[in-house]
Design a protein around this ligand. Structure first.
Ligand code: FMN
Length: 231
C-alpha cells in the first residue's frame, strides 16, 4: 500500500502489543524519518524512545519531535504525518499524542509532539466512509481529489482546523481554528502541528495526481498561519 492509499485507511491505534519491534524495522523507520521531506528551510529534530522515557505505557515505542518556533511545529506535523502513513502502510499501528510529555523535565520547553507506534492487531479502516469528518465543502473552497484526501487527515480532538484554497500553481492550507471555545485548550504548538499534518496529506495527494511539488513553505504570523504549497 502506498502512503497515499494509506490516507484512506489509517486510524489512531490505541491498543498495542508491547513486544519491542526488531532492530531492522526500527533502523528502516529511522532512515525513513531522516530522509522524509521537510518544510522548506526546516529539519526535524527527533528522538526514538521507549515507553519509560515518556511515562506512558500505551505503546512500546515513541518518536519525540522537538521545536520552539511556529515553523518547527508545522514541520513536526509535516514530517511525522508522513511517518504515520509509512508506519500504517507497513502494518504497524501509530498514534499522535498531544497530551503526553517526555519524562525528562529538561526537555519541557523544547519538546513539541510525539507519535506512539508498535505492533497491533487493530485493523486498518476499510474505506473513507469509516471516518468521522466534516463534509468536504467545509474544509475546502474547491471539491477535488486533494481536498478528498486532506478531509481525512487526523487532528487533535478531531477539530480539523484547516481550510484549503487553490490558486494557479498553489495550494494553501490555512488555519481556521475550529472547535469553538474548546479550541482554547489546545496549545499553539498543537494547532500548528495539525496544519503540518494536513499539508503532508495535500502534498501526497498532489503528487498522486502527477504534480511536482516545488516548494512547501510555512507562512503567516502569530495569529494567521498556514502552509503554501507550490505545484
Ligand atoms: C496533534 C494531535 C494530537 C493528538 N493527541 C491525542 C492524544 O493526546 N490522545 C489521543 O488518544 N488521541 C490523540 N490524537 C488523535 C486524534 O484524536 C485523532 O487523530 C482524531 O480523533 C481522528 O481519528 P483518527 O486518527 O482515528 O482518524 C491526536 C491527534 C493529533 C493530530
Amino acid at each position: 500500500m502506498t502512503p497515499y492509499e494509506t490516507v484512506f485507511q489509517r486510524r489512531s491505534v490505541r491498543k498495542y502489543d508491547m513486544t519491542p519491534l526488531d532492530a531492522d524495522t526500527l533502523d528502516k523507520l529511522e532512515v525513513f524519518v531522516a530522509a522524509a521531506r521537510n518544510i522548506d528551510g526546516q529539519k526535524l529534530r527527533f528522538k526514538f524512545v521507549p515507553a519509560a522515557a515518556v511515562g506512558d505505557n500505551r505503546a512500546p515505542h515513541y518518536i519525540l519531535a522537538y521545536g520552539n518556533s511556529s515553523a518547527e511545529y508545522i514541520n513536526a506535523g509535516f514530517v511525522l504525518q508522513q511517518t504515520d502513513l509509512y508506519l500504517q502502510s507497513v502494518g504497524l499501528g501509530s498514534l499522535w499524542l498531544g497530551a503526553a510529555k517526555p519524562s525528562d523535565v529538561n526537555e519541557k520547553d523544547d519538546f513539541c509532539i510525539m507519535l506512539a507506534f508498535g505492533k497491533t492487531d487493530v485493523p486498518l479502516r476499510t474505506s473513507a466512509n469509516d471516518f468521522k469528518r466534516l463534509p468536504i465543502s467545509d474544509i475546502s473552497e474547491t471539491e477535488n481529489k486533494i481536498a478528498e484526501a486532506v478531509r481525512l487527515a487526523p487532528s487533535a480532538v478531531n477539530f480539523q482546523p484547516w481550510k484549503l484554497r487553490f490558486e494557479k500553481g498553489k495550494i494553501f492550507v490555512d488555519y481556521v481554528g475550529r472547535g469553538g471555545v474548546l479550541k482554547l485548550v489546545l496549545k499553539k504548538k498543537i494547532q500548528r502541528v495539525d496544519i503540518g499534518i494536513a499539508a503532508a496529506i495535500a502534498v501526497a495527494a498532489a503528487e498522486e495526481e502527477g504534480k511536482t511539488v516545488s516548494s512547501v513553505k510555512a507562512v503567516g504570523d502569530a495569529k494567521t498561519f498556514g502552509v503554501e504549497i507550490s505545484v
